[in-house]
Design a protein around this ligand. Sequence first.
Ligand SMILES: Cc1cc2nc3c(=O)[nH]c(=O)nc-3n(C[C@H](O)[C@H](O)[C@H](O)COP(=O)(O)O)c2cc1C
Length: 193
Amino acid sequence: MKKTLENIIKSRRSIFPSQYTNGVIPKTDLLKILESARWAPNHRKTEPWRYKVLQGNALTDLGEFIVEQFSLSTDKAVPLKLKKLQEKLEVTTAMILIFKYRDKKESIPEWEEIAAVSMSVQNMWLTTHNLGYGCYWSSPKPFVDMSEFKKITVEDREEFLGFFYIGTYNPEEVASSILTERKSIDQFTQFVD
Ligand SMILES: Cc1cc2nc3c(=O)[nH]c(=O)nc-3n(C[C@H](O)[C@H](O)[C@H](O)COP(=O)(O)O)c2cc1C
């Protein structure tokens, strides 16, 4: 398929760790992904996105930290789902922790900052896809306080918005997931003359 912007947008998908092949992603490519994050639109030039990139042992540490946080929140046994999450992190090449920074002046409504971070993540998603890697945004776990994760520095006024998984994958093996159902334009648009 020709690499037009339209095709890149349409063929972008969530690619999950079960599809990752645990390959190497050069630092230059990670920097390209983060470079695209810089250019997202944002109101009053607050540039509210903050990212922490984890690789190698830091991913194992993250998995252990999430399990610890679960155990601190409840007496229940660690569910299989969380053990599986640790396995998912083992096949993930890089994890970008997504944070939103709220400026002290609070000069614009908070939703606009979340919107700007989301646009920045979409830039990364499209760039990751264009480079031939798989990725997806996973929501925060309610029982996890990421500011307690000692491997990263979380500043005051930074709020965690989720996990951006990145991995190598074989596009041929996930080709069947490319065609997903979407609403047609007339289902979500009102045209007015
Ligand atoms: C803000 C946000 C949070 C998401 N959180 C999760 C999540 O926690 N778990 C998950 O499996 N997918 C998550 N996704 C990915 C969506 O499930 C995915 O984008 C949707 O199914 C559409 O598929 P596509 O990305 O392949 O087009 C999230 C996506 C967004 C934008």
